[in-house]
Design a binder for this molecule. Structure first.
Ligand code: ZN
Length: 140
């Protein structure tokens, strides 16, 4: 391999890397669940990281998980504790559904949305396209 070839290759690799970086910067990605088990309980250590990333009320997010798991749950600082044994992918699956139902703008699919309440109706306001849509679920 000549020096020029080598430099070309290097350039290509660097381009790939910077491509990747912009990708992850734009895409909405949830943290990985940090799950531990204590007896018959599951502790999600980084629960608050999810609530912050989702920008939703932590209590509502917890209620949602508890309802979907059909199990009691409680918060303890930044952690959430669930009765029963849950795998990290159980959290990933559920939270991805939560993102679809409670974050994604129906118009442009952006997850950059916020909640607004008027009277007793909850609206999803999209910060990307400005669309305002009513939200049916009660865990926002
Ligand atoms: Zn939108």
């Amino acid at each position: 391999m000549t020096k020029a070839d080598y430099e070309k290759l290097l350039k290509r690799i660097q381009d790939k890397i910077s491509e990747k970086q912009t990708d992850t910067g734009e895409r909405f990605e949830l943290p990985s669940p940090n799950v531990m088990w204590e007896g018959q309980r599951t502790i999600l250590h980084n629960f608050m990281d999810f609530a912050k990333k989702l920008r939703r009320d932590p209590d509502k997010v917890l209620q949602y998980l508890a309802k979907e798991f059909a199990t009691p749950a409680e918060r303890s600082g930044d952690k959430a504790i669930f009765v029963g044994r849950r795998e990290p992918h159980d959290f990933v699956n559920l939270l991805n559904i939560y993102v679809k139902d409670y974050l994604e703008c129906p118009t442009c699919k952006s997850p950059d949305t916020k909640i607004e309440r008027e009277n007793r109706i909850t609206f999803l306001i999209c910060e990307a396209c400005g669309a305002k849509s009513s939200l049916k679920g009660k865990y926002a």
